[in-house]
Design a binder for this molecule. Sequence first.
Ligand SMILES: *Cc1c(COP(=O)(O)O)cnc(C)c1O
Length: 407
Amino acid sequence: MSDEQNGRKTKPDLSTKGIDTQLSHLGRDSHAYHGFVNTPVVRASTVLFDSVEAMEARNADDTNKPKYTYGLNGTPTIDALADTINTLEDAAGTVLVPSGLAAVTIPILAIAKPGLRLLVPDNVYWPTRRFCDGTLKRLGVETIYYDPLIGAGIADLMACDGGCALFAEAPGSNTFEMPDLNAFLAAAKAHNVITMIDNTWATPLIYKPVPAGFDYSIQAGTKYFAGHSDLLIGSVSASERAWPDLHRTREQLGVQAGTEEIFLTLRGMRSLRVRLEQHEKAALEIARWLEAQPFVTKVMHPALPSDPGHALWLELFKGRASGLFGFELAGTRDQGRAMLNAVELFGLGYSWGGYESLAVLAELSHCRTTRPWLGGPAIRLQIGLETVDDLKADLASAAKAAGLPTG
Ligand SMILES: *Cc1c(COP(=O)(O)O)cnc(C)c1O
C-alpha cells in the first residue's frame, strides 16, 4: 500500500489482524521516523509551541488542540505502548503507570469516595490488601474480603447505600483459585457496580476483561509484558464509561511510567505470545510431574483436570495458561525452607513473568481472613524458559536434600 499524496507506505489496519501480526506491528510507525524499525525514545518534560495562541489552544476541545503539550501527559513513546496495550485489551483507553501496584491503586482511587464499599478477593495480591487496609480505609472506603469461590453469592454483598465496586483477580495470588468471573459480572450488572480485575496472570492474550464486561483491566507489565525482570511498569485499560475517570485520575495524580521502561516493555511485547506459550507449556509439564511426586500434597494450577477451578478456567481462559502456579508441600515449613535453600536453577525472589525460573515459600497466615489457609506449606513457582528436564531435576534434588520423600 502507498499513500498517494506523499508516496510513503501507509500503515495497515491492525485491528483485524492476527495476534502475532499485531504484536509485531503495533506501536510503531517506521515511516514517520525515517524508516527506523523501532519507535524512538522521546525523553521530555517541555513541549515547545509555535505561538501563545497555540499554547492557549492546548485545552481546546477541537482539532486545533496540539497533540502533545507536556511530557507528563503524553509523548510518542508513551502513545506507542499505550496504544499497543489498548488494542490488545480492546478497551476505550489505556494509561501507563510506574508499577503494577500503581495500576491496582489508580483505578480504585478513580472511584474512591467516603462510604463506598469495595469487594476484594481474600486471595488478592497482598500489597493490594495493604492499600485497602491503609490508604483506602483512611479515605472512608470500606473493604470487604470475599471468598474467591463465592460465585453468584457475591450479589449479597453488593447492596450498600454508599455504592459498591468489585475487584477481582484470576486466578488468585499464591493459591490460584479460579473465581466465577461471569457470575461476578452478571451480579455487578444487576446492581450497577463498577468492576475491575487484576489480569496479570492471564494477560489480554488469554483473557480480555473489558470486552467481557469489566470497567478496568489491570496489568503488572513488570511481569509478562516486560518479560525480562529488569523493570517496573503497570497499565490500566478502561471501558467506555470508565475511561474519563481513569484518564482524569492519572492526570490529577501526576503519575506516568518512565520512558526507558516504556521502551523496554514495548520491546518485550514483540515476543509476548511466543514467550507466554513456552511458559505455559513448561509450567504444565512441571505441574503434571509434581502431581506424581510423593513430596507434593496437591498442585494448584487451574489447567490441571484435578484442580477445583478447572471447569471455570476452561470456560473463561479457553484452555490457556501462563507459567505461574503453586503446590502444597507434603512436609513442614522447615522442610520447605530447606528445599528452597537447596535449589540451584530456581532463583529465590519476588515478582515473576521473566525468562528465568523463581520459587517463593508463600506467606499465607497474614493475608487470608475470610478463607484461612489450612493446608501445608505453599510454594509458588514461576517457570522460566530453561530446559524443563533441568528444572525438574533441580526440584527433585532439592526435595531430596530437604529430607522429603522423592520418587
Ligand atoms: C506483581 C504483581 C503486581 C504488582 O506489580 P509491581 O510492578 O511489582 O508493582 C500486581 N498484581 C499482581 C497479581 C502481581 O503479581
